[in-house]
Design a protein around this ligand. Sequence first.
Ligand code: 4NP
Length: 163
Amino acid sequence: MTRLLLVCLGNICRSPMAEGALRARIQASPLAGRVQVDSAGTGGWHAGQAPDPRAIACARGHGVDISTLRARRIAREDFERFDWILCADRDNLHDVGRLAPPVARPRVALWLPWAGVAGPDDLADPYSGGPRDFEQVWARVEQAAAATVERLARAGGSGIIER
Ligand code: 4NP
């Protein structure tokens, strides 16, 4: 089993959208049942809350229900439980890198480049934006979800690419 943790700031916009898109992709792939996906935030302000209504509406428009997800803050145990801790943007990467025990740091990465998605490395924060910003996030997380499945499939499920 490969376990992936997707991390953003609040765990109510980008990472729950990413979790929904990636779970759907995995479910429809030969990796179904072999990869677990969860998400968390570097901040705890929204802990216990459902995703932002705009994120729920956007995902629903693409056929994915994320309404039952609940926000949580990243915790120490996550660095032991997950094979990869994949961050939405460089700020998240910086914050997670400071929390991570040294032994876990090689398993902390910026999600889009890790997956091999072309374009900007950061998943832009849509929180202060509008519906169009959420749609842009969805388009990026769909690309990244597909690229993640490809990477894991190529690596035999572990995500570790032998060079
Ligand atoms: P997220 O978006 O990191 O994609 O979940 C945000 C959600 C909440 C806040 C910032 C970004 N906030 O400042 O409360």
